[in-house]
Design a protein around this ligand. Structure first.
Ligand code: A3P
Length: 310
């Protein structure tokens, strides 16, 4: 094939679109702030019809999505590291609702090119997930991360990701997070929404802190949920391949293929620290007290066993 006729790679498409990328404004869908590109295509996104064999990985942003995507892809491919380097995470496991300036393919564009069973990523809160996922009884893995570490991770991400609204100073960002004024809305509503439906809708609800504490145990939980059975040596390999250190150096998962004009790694790398408890060096004691008091109010109607240290 003439080189010019080869399909454009995802990273080439992003480079081409770089000049059309800026910090996109948020527009609410049913009270949830979303990037204007997503809101503008909302009818298409909410009409998406998955196949019953499709698997959804749902998270609030920065809760460990990429980590879980890599674990799932490796489980589905017998721990074959080379197969799982066939393309960047965003291409292997399309981001359902993402819409960006052309020629970047949308999540829906990528999904059209793939045959079920597909693995699909979303950050949508449960009430905005296309109805077809529930009608077709698709499997859903939800990963939640404690609010304080999630907030810190989101703050660094919003600084480096030039498509997200300007985060502003740290002490104001904490309030934006508490009021749910960030892309994909309220962390509190997000984690509660999936928690309340986990039994009804057969959702595997996982915690970032549990995966960090004992990755093997949590990988086995995912394996069983997917009705897979892999030998011990492959599970051990997956534990190693999905460690922070290995993923940080894997160009197919660490998002370094995204140009610096979009993900400015001089501000923060995508694979930043991967720790539990990093919030301690970011919150002042007064901020922590204020956040905890508000947390108690916002989470009073539910008992989700979050841990801010392990
Ligand atoms: P930090 O910013 O705290 O480092 P998402 O994929 O949902 O955007 O989440 C990104 C967060 O998950 C980042 O957190 C990133 O470092 C962390 N992460 C990604 N892979 C990880 C891994 N293998 N182990 C631990 N943390 C990981």
């Amino acid at each position: 094939m003439d080189k010019k006729e080869e399909p454009m790679s995802y990273s080439e498409a992003i480079s081409k679109a770089a000049s059309a990328i800026y910090r996109f404004p948020l527009i609410e869908v049913q009270g949830v702030p979303l990037m204007n590109w997503i809101t503008n295509s909302w009818s298409l996104i909410s009409a998406f019809q998955p196949d019953p064999s499709d698997l959804l990985i749902a998270t609030y942003p920065k809760a460990g999505t990429t980590w879980t995507q890599e674990i799932v892809d490796l489980l589905l491919h017998d721990g074959d590291a080379e197969v799982c380097k066939r393309a960047p995470t965003a291409v292997r496991i399309p981001f359902l609702e993402i819409q960006s300036p052309p020629p970047i393919p949308s999540g829906l564009d990528l999904l059209k090119t793939m045959k079920p069973p597909r693995v699909i990523k979303t950050h949508l809160p449960i009430q905005l997930v296309p109805k077809g996922f529930w009608e077709n009884k698709c499997k859903v893995i939800y990963v939640a991360r404690n609010a304080k570490d999630n907030l810190v991770s989101y703050y660094y991400f919003d600084r480096m990701n030039q498509t997200q609204p300007e985060p502003g100073p740290w002490d104001q960002y904490i309030h934006k997070f508490m009021r749910g004024k960030l892309p994909w809305g309220s962390w509190y509503d997000h984690v509660k929404g999936y928690w309340r439906e986990k039994e009804n809708r057969n959702i595997l609800y996982l915690f970032f802190e549990d995966i960090k504490e004992n990755p093997r145990r949590e990988i086995l939980r995912i394996m069983h949920y997917l009705d897979l059975s892999l030998p011990d040596d492959i599970i051990n390999k997956i534990v190693q391949l999905t460690s922070f250190e290995v993923m940080k150096d894997n160009p197919m998962v660490n998002y370094t293929f995204i140009p610096n004009t979009v993900f400015d790694s001089s501000i923060s790398p995508f694979m930043r620290k991967g720790e539990v408890g990093d919030w301690i060096i970011h919150f002042t004691p007064a901020q922590s007290k204020m956040f905890d008091e508000d947390y108690t109010r916002q989470m009073a109607d539910v008992d989700i066993p979050f841990r801010t240290s392990i």
